[in-house]
Write a protein that binds this ligand. Structure first.
Ligand SMILES: [Zn+2]
Length: 339
């Protein structure tokens, strides 16, 4: 999701991370059996990395249109926007999702404190990652990709409003992140970060999609589902894009509004302003209430997904306003009444 906003990242820090020596080759002990190319120090948050940089156009060039393996379209019962999952009585599973949005003309942030906390507490999360964000944060993407706690998912190439796109532009926004993902995944083996047998454990394709701004229409939903991607929305919004929403307010919203089967949306691109401070307040309380954090894919497999035919934040129609924030590129606006 994410609203329009500010930007910044330390490019120097990124380059340092990408050129870090192989930990195993340096004679140290790898932090997990899977990760061979990063040290624990590489994983931790770095000062300044959270802050988005507006005006940095270094990663604006679209991903080349390389062919992708074909995917089966989503089956009838799951077509639409999945908002939560109905679970068997007594199961208290929930999915924390973090969006890593990045638009054209910016390099968004990486909120390392969030990931440090999730790793330390062994909390699973699903990361809706822009393709452009993956390219501007390749070292971080590799770390997240190989970490079994995290599930990578698709958040569009450059966070455009898919209600206003069609044809090749729509396709590029949906498939671009898969191309980025495959290239970075392949690089794990090429760069000897992973043995080929370990790389096979990383899914070859992404199966989940989240609409930028949470905004869709029937054509965009069909395009996403036809590409074999489940459209994942949420039933619990933390409100973290607003700088005025405090950590305490975010934590209270999470504890007050959570239900078994909830999908929680927050941001880790530097625009989830107080999420890093909110999680240590909310997570222990949610655990004490008996909730267990799982990935979205695990949540979907545990019950019956609740599917809507419209996309919205907290009430139907409330994402329509994002149409007005963009130059209308589609030949005509969405039909009346379409969210
Ligand atoms: Zn977003």
């Amino acid at each position: 999701m994410d609203t329009m906003g500010q930007m910044s990242i330390g490019v120097t820090a990124l380059v340092l991370a990408m050129t870090a020596p192989c930990y195993a080759a340096a004679g140290g002990q790898a932090p997990s059996a899977q990760i061979q190319c990063v040290s624990p120090a590489d994983l931790t948050a770095r000062p300044g990395e959270k802050v988005p940089v507006k005006g940095n156009r270094a990663f604006d060039r679209p991903e080349p249109d390389r062919p992708l393996r074909t995917a089966q379209p989503v089956a009838a019962g799951l077509r639409g926007a999945i908002r939560r999952v109905d679970l068997p009585r007594g199961k208290k599973l929930i999915a924390l999702t973090l969006d890593l949005c990045e638009q054209t003309g910016e390099v968004a942030g990486y909120d390392g404190a969030i990931f440090d906390y999730l790793r330390a507490e062994r909390i699973k999360a699903t990361l809706f990652t822009g393709g452009k964000w993956m390219r501007s944060h390749e070292a971080r993407t590799r770390q997240l990709m190989v970490e079994p706690l995290f599930e990578l998912a698709n958040h569009g190439w450059s966070h455009r409003n898919l209600r206003l796109l069609q044809g090749a532009e729509l396709s590029r926004e949906i498939l671009g992140p898969q191309r980025s993902y495959e290239a970075i995944r392949a690089g794990l083996v090429i760069n000897q970060c992973l043995a080929p047998k370990d790389a096979e454990r990383i899914p070859p394709r992404i199966g989940l999609f989240r609409f930028p701004f949470g905004a869709c229409n029937p054509a965009a939903l069909d395009a996403v589902n036809d590409a074999g991607l489940l459209a994942i929305q949420w039933d619990l919004s933390t409100g973290d894009p607003s700088p005025s929403t405090s950590a305490k307010e975010i934590a209270e919203a999470m504890v007050r509004n959570v239900k078994p089967g909830s999908i929680i949306i927050a941001h880790a691109n530097g625009r989830g302003h107080n999420t890093a401070a909110a999680l240590p307040l909310a997570v222990p309380r949610l655990k004490a209430l008996g909730y267990e954090f799982v990935t979205v894919s695990e949540l979907l497999a545990a019950g019956r997904p609740v599917v809507a035919q419209t996309c919205y934040d907290s009430r139907p129609g409330d994402t329509d306003r994002y149409d007005r924030l963009f130059t209308l590129r589609a030949p005509r606006p969405p039909p009346p009444g379409t969210p």
